[in-house]
Design a protein around this ligand. Structure first.
Ligand code: BGP
Length: 489
């Protein structure tokens, strides 16, 4: 195996999906706190009260709040993110388990609204700072390097409601204040940072409308992204000024796209999908400017972006140090009519007869990971990290409390081999943090039963459960993998 000495093996989580304590110690709400539970057949909803005080809900992805309505937590709804897996009160126990597995790094995110409850305050909430300082200190106790996502889908709800979210340029300065606080307060405790989780989802998601998203939706998505690019670039500059040790990365939702046929129209459509969904963000964040194809993308949807001279300068000066991404699946692009579309993680495409699929319909494709790693490394020549990868599956607790998950071990074994191949072929891969190393709330469906962890958490879709942690078979297996630096798989 080709994994370098010091390879960062670990696991990944996000605040809104695991911390719970949604209204504790001064934390303000985020959109996920007004998002209901769901399942693969029943999407998540965002709840509100309309201008006459009548409750209602809109789809969590793509829903538009009616005029005059206000987001609201409703009495008879279940909000799984409110409790998550209560990492807020279990972090010591959880970190001890990560340490037992031999984690070198732990990816987590900082809840913006725990530090700035509304997002536009001038001073941070001291209780929020204290919590994260405690978590980082605990990690350091075991020599686990924190890898911190600054924004993981959780803009404070107040900023969504009162400023219209990221399509408003003002969000850049609020984010700037937030990151300055993070870099200053946690200096010496954290050196690996990611500015925005799966930043490309905003535009990739529009594809799910089968080419029918409106020009206005594209305009908003591209402007939203532009603001996040500038915010990210400024964060990189600020982070480097505050501590030259800081390594700051982008985080892209990595999906490998293949054409369905050899029809040149499919080959071209596939290339354009890579440009829109993957390269668009990576190019700006790694090269400091929009790719040449961006003009075509904007023109296709009559997009007119507001880009200032200062933005251009910031993007150039704020390129990231590392490229990180999630990888769960590949998908198929075609201009031909297909009977069945399969999808997951903000994408959908034709079914691939050469692959098998998870219980949630996500294509299992380790070769696609090698492909992605080699393609991206060649494009940017920056160190790479796979900061999410994993199998969402049903796990069964046996009578004696054991949990046998050979399917998860098999999944990781194949993906580790795929990473090894890419390293052999010259890719500078420096870390691997499997998603949901401890079971947590699914971002897409809000389920608990879609489990990713090496550690099982007794928490269920109906909100019941003791929150007790227990080890699955994959726990001991991953421990061996880390101890042997990827040799013993
Ligand atoms: C990514 C997100 C994560 C995570 C993961 C798995 O999109 O960055 O937050 O949840 O996918 O997706 P899901 O939870 O829908 O299974």
């Amino acid at each position: 195996m080709a994994f370098k000495e010091g390879f960062l093996w670990g696991g990944a989580t996000a605040a809104n999906q695991c911390e719970g304590a949604w209204n504790v110690d001064g934390r303000g709400p985020a959109l996920t706190d007004v998002t209901t539970g769901g399942s693969v057949n029943s999407p998540r909803y965002v709840t509100f009260v309309d201008k006459d005080g009548k409750p209602g809900k809109i789809p969590a992805h793509g829903g538009v709040l009616p005029e005059g309505a206000k987001y609201a937590v409703l009495e008879d709804e279940l909000y799984p993110n409110h409790d998550g897996i209560d990492f807020y009160h279990h972090y010591k126990e959880d970190i001890a388990l990560f340490a037992e597995m031999g984690f070198k790094t732990f990816r987590m995110s900082i809840s913006w609204s725990r530090l700035y409850p509304n997002g536009d305050e001038l001073e941070p909430n001291p209780k929020g700072i204290e919590f994260y300082r405690n978590v980082f200190t605990e990690l350091k106790k075991y020599n686990i390097e924190p890898l911190v996502t600054i924004w993981h889908f959780d803009t404070p709800l107040y900023l969504e409601e009162h400023y219209g979210g990221w399509k408003n340029r003002e969000l850049i300065s609020f984010y700037e204040r937030f990151v300055k606080t993070c870099f200053t307060e946690f200096k010496g405790l954290v050196k690996y940072w990611l500015t925005f989780n799966e930043i490309n989802n905003t535009v990739m998601f529009l594809d799910l409308f089968g080419g029918k998203a409106s020009d206005e939706a594209y305009q908003n998505a591209y402007q939203h992204l532009h603001h996040q690019f500038v915010a990210s670039a400024r964060a990189v500059k600020i982070g480097h000024e505050i501590d030259s040790e800081n390594q700051i990365g982008c985080m892209i939702c990595g999906i490998t796209f293949y054409p369905l046929t050899s029809d040149p129209k499919d080959i071209l459509a596939n290339r354009h999908t890579w440009e829109q969904n993957i390269f668009y963000c990576g190019d700006v964040q790694c090269k400091g400017e929009y790719g040449s194809y961006a003009k075509r993308l904007w023109k296709e949807h009559n997009v007119n972006l507001e880009i200032t001279e200062q933005d251009v300068k910031d993007l150039k000066e704020g390129t990231v140090d590392i490229y990180t991404f999630s990888y769960y699946m590949s998908t198929i692009v075609t201009t031909h009519k297909v009977d069945e579309k399969v999808g997951g993680n903000f994408s959908a495409g034709a079914k691939n007869p050469y692959l098998t699929y998870s219980d949630w319909g996500w294509a299992l494709d380790p070769d696609g990971l090698t492909y992605y790693l080699e393609m991206i490394y060649d494009r940017y020549h920056k160190p790479l990290m796979v900061v999410e990868n994993g199998l969402g599956a049903f796990d069964k607790v046996e009578e004696d409390g054991s949990i046998h998950d050979p399917y998860r071990i098999e999944y990781f074994r194949e993906h580790i081999k795929a990473m090894d191949t890419a390293i052999e072929n010259g890719v500078d891969l420096i870390g691997f943090t499997p998603w949901g190393c401890i079971d947590l709330v699914s971002a897409g469906t809000g389920e608990m039963r879609k489990r990713y962890g090496f550690i099982y958490v007794d928490k269920h879709d109906d909100g019941t459960g003791t929150m007790k942690r227990s080890k699955k078979d994959s726990f001991e297996w991953y421990k061996k993998v880390i101890a042997s630096n990827g040799k013993d798989i």
